[in-house]
Design a protein around this ligand. Structure first.
Ligand code: PMV
Length: 317
């Protein structure tokens, strides 16, 4: 039996993080230059049902039965087995790898989960449809984040630009004009659940104040969707920068984020903001094609630990 491969891309959020948790829309796009992969090898030497999980990047090499059911990697396997209810499970080794930066707002946890679900289900002879993969991976997102909106698992499952509203059917975006984005890593790692739970606490203390910020972010997201699909790039840039101003009010930015945003804007970005949970992680900048190299160098000069470029086109899927 050949090795089975399950994979999923990284993602970035263009508009609407945090507000999306409170029912506002958000826009996210896949980033195919980074990926999570789950390779499934049959293990002919072990007895039926023996499942070994190896994630050597994080020093993990464990039998599934030795991991807590709430361990995110184990949970992804158990959820897949529960969904498929196979008659028998041939022994296998699940080898995980990922080039998606961890705790950096690029959907690494969701992508690893989706890769596992796809790899294990394919190994057991069933290709689960994307809506089922998205639903199962959402269960693991709850372990990662506590109260996730569902945007990460959806965008990495479908691998397409999405306009996402909690508890509503997902909408895919068609863009008319290509856009170029630089994703620059601050190198600061803050788990999403930390900023999400802080924003929740603040909202509980002053709901009206925070609700009006979320509503404003939602409005920007709707306008951003229009600007993106119609190719109005100067407006798109302004809206991104405006979204960042509102994220500052939520107190999820950081001096390093602001420094990288400034570096991008100084070298010709049309707009820039943090992407994801914030307080570190990545910034995204919308950059004209002619300024990509210059802006990339400026971001590295300003201390970005990694800069990835990604292009969103009509064909992006
Ligand atoms: O996982 P991250 O860091 O890309 O952030 C997800 C976006 C949030 O809106 C902050 C949380 C959520 O569940 O939508």
């Amino acid at each position: 039996m050949a090795v089975i491969l399950g994979k999923a891309p990284g993602k970035i959020i263009l508009f609407g993080e945090h507000a999306v948790v409170f029912g506002q829309p958000a826009i996210a796009i896949p980033v195919n230059k980074v990926k999570a992969a789950a390779r499934v090898f049959p293990d002919f030497d072990s007895t039926q049902g023996h499942i070994q999980i190896q994630a050597l990047d994080i020093g993990l090499d464990e039998n599934l039965s030795d991991l807590n059911r709430n361990h995110p990697l184990a949970a992804a396997v158990y959820l897949t087995l529960d969904a498929l209810e196979p008659q028998n499970i041939p022994a296998f080794t699940l080898q995980l790898s990922s080039t998606i930066p961890i705790a950096a707002g690029m959907g690494s946890g969701a992508a690893v989960t989706v890769a596992i679900i796809r790899g294990v289900s394919a190994f057991l002879g069933h290709t689960l449809p994307d809506p089922v993969v998205a639903e199962l991976s959402f269960e693991v997102e709850k372990i990662h984040h506590g109260n996730p909106s569902g945007i990460d698992n959806n965008v990495v499952t479908y691998g397409k630009p999405v306009y996402f509203l909690r508890d509503e059917p997902i909408k895919f975006l068609n863009v008319d004009e290509p856009t170029h984005w630089l994703i620059a890593d601050t190198g600061e790692k803050t788990p999403t659940y930390e900023t999400v739970s802080e924003v929740h606490k603040k909202h509980a203390i002053a709901p009206q104040y925070y609700d009006q910020i979320f509503i404003k972010i939602g409005n920007l997201t709707r306008q951003g969707c229009d600007a993106l699909t119609k190719g109005n790039l100067s407006l798109l840039g302004q809206l991104l920068t405006e979204n960042q101003r509102l994220l500052q009010l939520l107190d999820v930015s950081s001096p390093k984020i602001e420094h990288l945003i400034q570096a991008a804007m100084d070298t010709g970005a049309s707009g820039a903001k943090l992407s994801g949970g914030g307080r570190g992680g990545n910034i995204i900048a919308l950059v004209p094609a002619s300024k990509l190299e210059l802006t990339k160098s400026a971001l590295i000069e300003a201390g970005a630990t990694m800069v990835i470029s990604t292009k969103l086109t009509k064909e992006s899927k």
